[in-house]
Design a protein around this ligand. Sequence first.
Ligand SMILES: [Zn+2]
Length: 276
Amino acid sequence: MRRAFYITAGLLPESADGWLQRKAKRYVVCPFYHAVSNTPLPHITPIYRHRTLDEFRADLDWLQAHYEPVRWTDIDRCEQEQRPAFCLTFDDGLREFYTVVAPILEERHIPCVCFLNSAFVDNRDLMFRYREALTRQGIDWQRYLHDEQPYMTYRQIAELQERGFEFGSHSASHPRYDGLSLSGQLSETLACTDALREHIRLPHRLFSFPFGQSEISKTAVMAHAGTHEAVFGTENLRPGGRNLYNRIAMDGTDMPAKNIIRGEYLREIAHQMLHD
Ligand SMILES: [Zn+2]
């Protein structure tokens, strides 16, 4: 169904974006990614499609031609001023953020927040879904973790902070929050922030929900929003509320940014017509 919207979006005229923004009453888009790589990543490629460098650059070309890159602190103001803007984030703290993504963003002066899982920084452990993917391929995940170093190190993160990138919490060990009680969720969330604070500066309390917030209770979402300066979800262009910002997943599809962003505008407009 989503794909049908993305395909339809590709048929819109070049001038469609202003109309889509006015119709949806949404001016800021928050795209998010995980990894960018020209070669398959055995821990990721079997689970979801990631961008190649050329695809990522093409996405940024389109985004920058239609939206101004802004920091998360500018989202509300841009929305109020009806100024088309995009706020970029990355999840999971993967190595490619340091090796590939950061240099591309610096060239283009695009700010970005990267959300980290404290248990995985410095390659001390591997997310359960990545373990499963490797096991299915007959790969020893502990050896892979040691040899391939799929995550960033605190040294790299601290260096990126010096270069202007921002970091936030994405839970300690990336569990499914819908399988945890509210107190279990909050302790995962706070354990991450506390552990990160032992190694790096965290001038702002930022959080993105592991696996998004759609499957957890409103109370749990509000509890996170209440304990952070900004929290980031995954419900595309749905308005989040005070300091909850929904993001659009850019991974997991072969569609370029133009189709995804415009397609999400069409979905949001349809949603508003049916429900609001
Ligand atoms: Zn994640």
